[in-house]
Structures are given as C-alpha cells and as structure tokens.
Design a protein around this ligand. Structure first.
Ligand code: ACO
Length: 429
C-alpha cells in the first residue's frame, strides 16, 4: 500500500502520497497541495525540495557516498576513463568495447570547431574570464551548427551531445592558446580525449609537448569526479532553462554561467587564490581560519563546506590521493600543497568547523592537481565545466525524455505593497 502523509490545515485534513526512491529516500509529493488547500511550500535555496525524480546519480551527504548509475565514484576513478563515464551517465549503462570505440570515434569526428569561431575568440578583450567566453561561445554553437532538417529528433540529440562533449574541449584549449597569442593546436585523431586536450593546450612548435601518462590519468580522474552531482546549482540551471524547450546548447550555456560562481564551481579558482595569498605572506593560516569563523566578515574558507555533504566529500578524498601521488611520482613540489594540508589540519580540529560539519569539498585539492598539469588558474572553472558536461547532458536528456516534463516555474510568497494607486509625477512628494 502506498505510504501517505496527512497534512492538517485548520479544520481540513488532506492526504499526500509519499514517493520512495530506490535507496529508501522519502519525499512528500505536494503536487496537489495548492489545488486542495490554497497553500504553497516555502523553501529558499531548495534545501528540502526535490525538483525531479532521477535515476542518474545518487549521493548520501551524511555518509559521503556518490554513485553514477549505481557505480561508486571510487571504482570509476580507479578503473574508468572520462569518456567511458560520460557514456555511462548519458546512456545509463557502461558501453561495450564496440560502443566505446564508436563513441570515441564520433568524439574525434566532431572535435573540430568552425574556423569562423576563432574570430570571436580573437576579439574578446584579453582580460576576459574564460568562463564568460565559454558560456557565450557554447550558446553561439547553435548558429554554427543549426538543426539538420533531414535528421530525426533522436539523431539530432545524439549529434548535438557528441559535438558538445568534443568541441567544448577544443574550444577551451583554443581560448587558452589565443589568450597567449599562440598558434591554435588542432585535435589529433590518434590521441584519446584527455591526451588530446593536454596536447591542444601545451603543444608548441618550438617546444614539443610530452604527454605524460600520469597527467592523463590525473585528468581522467579529475573529470570523472566532476562528471555529475545530481541537482546542484548549475545542473538545476540546465534543467530549468531546458524546461522552456530551448536548444541544448543554450541550456548548457546557462549551466556554465551558474558554475562560474565562487560558491559553486568558481571555488576551485578561489581556493588557489586564497592559498597564494597565504603563501605570499598576505595572510596567516590561523588568521584565515579566524576570518572564516567571524560572522561579521563575509569571507568563507574556500573549498570547505557543502550543501549536501555533512562529512568529507568522497571526491575530495580521491582528488587528495591523486594530488599526493601525482606530485610524488613526478617529484613536483608545490608550496601551496603544504599550506592546504596545514589549513585542512587546523580547520578539521576547530570547533566551529566541527559544529558546522564543514569538511573539504572537491575544490580544495583539485586546483593543486590542475596546477601540476600546467593549467592556468583562470581556466580552473572551465576544467570543471568540461567535466560536468556529461552530467548536464544526462540530466537535461532525462527531463527531455519524460513525456510529463513540465516548465520549471516556482511560486513565491509576495511581501510587497498591496494595491497602491498610481500617482502622477507632479503629485509625488
Ligand atoms: N567557511 C566558513 N563558514 C562556512 C563555510 C565556509 N566555507 N561554509 C558554510 N559556513 C557556515 C555559514 O557561515 C553558516 O554559518 P551559521 O549557520 O553560523 O550562520 C553555516 O556554515 C551554513 O552555511 P550556508 O551558507 O547556509 O550553507 P550552504 O549549504 O548554503 O552552503 C556552500 C554551502 C555554499 C558550499 C558553503 O559551504 C560555502 O560557501 N563554501 C565555500 C565555497 C565553496 O567551497 N564552494 C564549493 C562547493 S562544492 C561545489 O560546488 C563543487
């Protein structure tokens, strides 16, 4: 029998169904609430609100669990590649050898970016943030790659998905090269996804780039860890914008804009800037921790805390391990890693952080991995965006495939003036 909850409002009692997820999570389905009672619910920040049912990603914030399509992220980071994980998220199952080869071949086939797009890159002011550029360029992709009148809806989606995953990587590397005044390096058909990206970023006619296998592994892990995170801010933006039935490029562009924020994906850049500031002698570790605790100071310890995780972020554990092993194996010394370790140690033993359940999130150590790969700080959030793309696509697709996909349109509790008459300009005080 279906579980129900009773809601008593004044002398009226209504029953609402309870939806139970496959991991036992329970939600009260309030779809009929307003119609039956006139009431709505209020949940700023949506911390108690499920915006959809989804079978893509499961996370348990209390236990520090993250799984894509049921597979623990630890296993994927250890054994999978980013491309395979992208396939898993989008298609729901791991690919066979043949399917993976076909997907990789398609990614290669679509990796070039329309030559005319280079002109746009060249005309952005040099100081432009790469996230702003990426968001607008992804939106512009629709103009360069319009819908094909001959293809079916399914073919159109498949081609758009492959184009996005492949081209965003090329576009990111391209923007870096152009920002440095360097010649753009084209994708190489013989290279895998991650090697290709590193090559496009760092190959140079006068200094050939050696693609280190440790770098390729670290990049695969970094992107796998970022590939999806259920209904986070940017994913919700993609679902919301997508629900208006805009094209997928426009919905993804909205996700990129949301991710840019320092409370979300922009935190990986903010962490490194904070660590650099400490390293330059601007702030002491103890002072940074004190500032983070001071309610009068808007400063927060970047890379700490999470809306859902109230324990150590499982992704942070993996990226910390990747960071240690990468720097050790390649004998890279980064003073920021020592500062990060010290900061973590102080924060984890501080009563404020204990009381508030504040632990390192994925962004705390990921920037040090990216630095080791040679990625400039202002590209960090772009790296996150490339990684999150399969998740955004999978979540958008889940919505689009649902025949009952509704336009996202929350309500509000209005607190402004009640009916007020218009006053002519000559009569205003
Ligand atoms: N440093 C200091 N205090 C913090 C921090 C922090 N990093 N994070 C939360 N708090 C405190 C708040 O001041 C608040 O304290 P109070 O209850 O005494 O007023 C309490 O913890 C709850 O904070 P909220 O902002 O209400 O919690 P929310 O769930 O909205 O915050 C967030 C989550 C935005 C991630 C927050 O922890 C934060 O700002 N962290 C720093 C930025 C960051 O690392 N973002 C990346 C998140 S992971 C990702 O998006 C990939």
């Amino acid at each position: 029998m279906q579980e129900k909850v009773k809601v008593i409002i004044g002398d009226k009692t209504i029953e609402l169904p309870v939806i139970i997820g496959s991991e036992g999570e329970k939600a009260i389905d309030i779809t009929a609430l307003r119609q039956q009672t006139g009431y709505i619910t209020l949940d700023p920040g949506f911390a108690n609100t499920g915006s959809c049912v989804s079978s893509i990603t499961f996370m348990d914030g209390e236990k520090g669990v993250l799984r894509y399509r049921g597979i623990p992220v630890e296993q994927l980071a250890e054994n999978s590649t980013f491309v395979e994980t992208a396939y898993l998220l989008i298609n729901g199952v791991l690919p066979t050898k043949k399917e993976l080869e076909r997907f990789s071949a398609l990614l290669n086939q679509h990796s070039l970016v329309h030559e005319d797009m280079k002109i746009f890159y060249q005309n952005y002011p040099r100081h432009s943030h790469p996230m702003g550029i990426l968001s607008s360029m992804v939106n512009a992709l629709r103009s360069f790659y319009p819908e094909l009148p001959t293809s079916s809806a399914e073919e159109e989606i498949n081609i758009t998905v492959t184009r996005l995953i492949s081209k965003v990587r090329t576009m990111a590397a391209m923007s870096y090269k152009i920002s440095r005044g360097h010649k753009v390096v084209y994708p190489h058909p013989e290279l895998d996804y991650c090697s290709n990206f590193l090559n496009m970023m760092f190959e140079n006619p006068v200094k050939p780039y050696e693609i280190k296998k440790e770098f390729v592994k670290a990049l695969n892990v970094f992107w796998i860890l970022h590939a999806d995170h259920e209904q986070n801010c940017s994913t919700s933006a993609v679902r919301l914008v997508g629900s208006a039935r805009v094209n997928l490029y426009a919905a993804i562009s909205a996700g990129i804009s949301a991710l840019w924020g320092p409370l979300h994906g922009g935190a990986n850049q903010a962490v490194i800037e904070m660590l650099k500031q400490i390293h330059a002698g601007g702030e002491k570790v103890s002072r940074i921790v004190e500032r983070a605790k001071d309610r009068k100071d808007p400063f927060r310890l970047m890379g700490f805390g999470h809306r859902v995780y109230k324990t150590y972020d499982p992704r942070a554990k993996i990226i910390k391990k990747t960071c240690d092993s990468l720097l050790d194996t390649l004998h890279i010394s980064d003073p920021l890693l020592d500062i990060a370790r010290e900061l973590e140690e102080v924060a984890l033993h501080d009563q404020y952080f204990i009381d508030h359940n504040l632990y390192p999130n994925v962004d705390f150590y990921s920037g040090i991995v990216l630095r080791a790969l040679g990625i400039p700080t202002n590209m960090f959030t772009v790296m996150f965006a490339i990684g999150r793309l399969p998740g955004w696509i999978a979540q958008w697709k889940e919505g689009a495939d649902d025949p009952k996909w509704k336009l996202y349109r929350p309500r509000q509790v209005y607190t402004g003036p009640t009916t007020t008459d218009y006053v002519g300009i000559d009569k205003r005080g």
